[in-house]
Design a protein around this ligand. Structure first.
Ligand SMILES: *Cc1c(COP(=O)(O)O)cnc(C)c1O
Length: 376
């Protein structure tokens, strides 16, 4: 069976966890700090704050943006459910906007239509690694005095107009779940260039505690901490951070390999007129966290039939990106909502295997089976 994805973890990462465990610094120690510094340097952002996952990163981004009950935040429905959940955690309302049918990124014109006096922020998702047109959203946010938050869960190492995702706005949230391009098991990061956010995020991730573990540990004087506001336990451990440091060293290679496979798919499928392939416009650089294929009207077979046939042939696939408004947990947020582009894109697309290192035979097998089933 050809898997849909696989994290690229090797002896290096295993050794790093082993070494870290034996140092005795298990959480909020030197590895977390080193990972943050290296991640900030990699993206070009001034600061990076390591967190337990991207969902907690999004939650804290909502808090530092001052979003709360009665506020509205515009986001795509077509995204992993964690995007909209983070808005609900602070008592605000997710307002769903459409996506662009080619890039699956949130549609600027539709976002603009959905701005109301209650709108406080726009939560832009870089869909499966393809950067959104972040400058356009920055401009829109400036015009309407809104906060901008980026859900870059899938977009580590992607870039927009020559700059890495992580530098374009003040709250950019990343994920290191095994399904993403680099992994720490579970894990997350926020990049920011705003010192005020950096300081507060570090407080919030550790119970609102005024003195962090390292400072206390290194102090020659007795220190007592205060808990200055309601905080959380959203820490990343040093064991995970040690894995992250190793993954970061390989990230550009991983992305280059992913892009080679994406190019192979592109070349193999571009002549097939019943499917649409990912579009990477000028100035956009995707890490190809996923490779999604859209089945057009003239496709001889339904999406679900294609998935089943591929499974029968030993090729695993996944449905396209989900829509949040059609999930049971969102029943009360979806009344009267119409998002035909998102629903169509979600229902007519599949994600095909892409991982590193993917053997040549598997790449050819995926290509041949898809061509065969589509009769091309
Ligand atoms: C994976 C994902 C998340 C959640 O990331 P976790 O690290 O698992 O919390 C959020 N948003 C998007 C778009 C994702 O793909």
């Amino acid at each position: 069976m050809i898997p849909i994805a696989k994290p690229y973890l090797t002896q290096d990462e295993a050794q790093a966890t082993y070494d870290t465990i034996l140092t005795g610094w298990i959480t909020q120690g030197p590895k977390v700090q080193e990972f943050e510094e290296k991640f900030a340097a990699y993206t070009g952002a001034k600061y990076a704050i390591a967190l337990s996952n991207c969902t907690t990163a999004l939650h804290l981004s909502m808090i530092v943006s001052g979003i709360g009950p009665g506020d509205e935040v515009i986001c795509p429905s077509m995204s992993y459910i964690a995007t909209a959940n983070a808005i609900r955690y602070v008592g605000a309302k997710p307002v769903f906007a459409e996506v662009d049918p080619c890039t699956y990124n949130i549609d600027l014109a539709d976002v603009e239509k959905k701005i109301t006096p209650k709108t406080k922020a726009i939560l832009v998702v870089h869909q499966i690694g393809m950067p959104a047109d972040i400058n356009a959203f920055k401009k829109l946010c400036n015009t309407h005095n809104l906060k901008l938050i980026e859900d870059a869960a899938c977009a580590v190492g992607s870039s927009y107009k020559g700059e890495k995702i992580g530098t374009h706005s003040d709250l950019v949230c990343f994920s290191f779940h095994p399904r993403k391009v680099m992994s720490t098991g579970d894990g997350g990061m926020i990049t920011t260039s705003k010192e005020e956010y950096y300081t507060r995020l570090k407080l919030l991730r550790q119970h609102g505690m005024s003195v962090n573990d390292r400072t206390r540990h290194l102090s020659s004087k007795v220190v007592f901490e205060d808990h200055v506001e309601l905080g959380y336990n959203y820490r990343l451990t040093d064991i995970q951070a040690a894995v992250g440091i190793k993954q970061l060293e390989k990230l550009d290679w991983i992305i280059a390999e992913r892009r080679k496979i994406a190019l192979r798919y592109h070349q193999a499928f571009q002549q097939i007129d019943c499917i649409r392939l990912p579009v990477e416009q000028e100035g956009y650089f995707s890490n190809y966290q996923s490779y999604s294929v859209y089945l057009k009207e003239n496709c001889p077979i339904s999406r679900n039939e294609l998935m089943q046939k591929l499974l029968d042939a030993g090729v695993s696939t996944r449905r396209g990106i989900m829509t949040t408004h059609r999930e049971t947990a969102y029943a009360e947020y979806s009344k009267g909502i119409k998002l035909p582009v998102s629903e169509d894109a979600s229902d007519r697309s599949i994600i095909i295997p892409l991982y590193v290192p993917m053997p040549e035979e598997e790449i050819s097998e995926v290509i041949n089976k898809i061509k065969e089933i589509l009769g091309r």
